[in-house]
Design a protein around this ligand. Sequence first.
Ligand code: FES
Length: 176
Amino acid sequence: MKKFPINSDQEVAVLVKSKEELFKELENFIEENGYEGKKDALIQVLHKAQELFGYLPADVLEYISDKLDVPLSKVYGVVTFYNFFSTKPKGKHQIKVCLGTACYVKGADRIFERFLEELKVNPDEPTSDGMFSVHGVRCLGACSMAPVVMVDEDDFYGRVTPDMVPQIISKYKREG
Ligand code: FES
């Protein structure tokens, strides 16, 4: 199991703060750092916005474009270039199923489908309770353990079978 920094603040922020408050926080961040009208602060501001809102909705991107005086097309260009940024909401727990070649030949597609079935959700969209989203991803660098699933940023599961899928889901349901 690999350990990465846990990144739960953003979900907490989304749950307890209104959009208005989040915009206010973003405004404070821009002003306190003197980023207003600064085109080269775009990446830092996008990072902050995603941390606050959990993703980058259109109105947030328009606001940033306006505040930093960067054309909206350029803002979208940067957001789509970096995988880190997302314009769609994600679940509190993000399930990443590796669909790289080594995992695929060992049945990763059946695992991916099973997650979607169990959670009654489409790829890359959050479940109705916002708890999960399921994403197909490229090689996670653990091919010897194929097929591989990663949940959030720190939980790796190797040699996953479709029958393990309900168990994996219930672990996170219990944790909340
Ligand atoms: S192809 Fe899945 S971990 Fe490499």
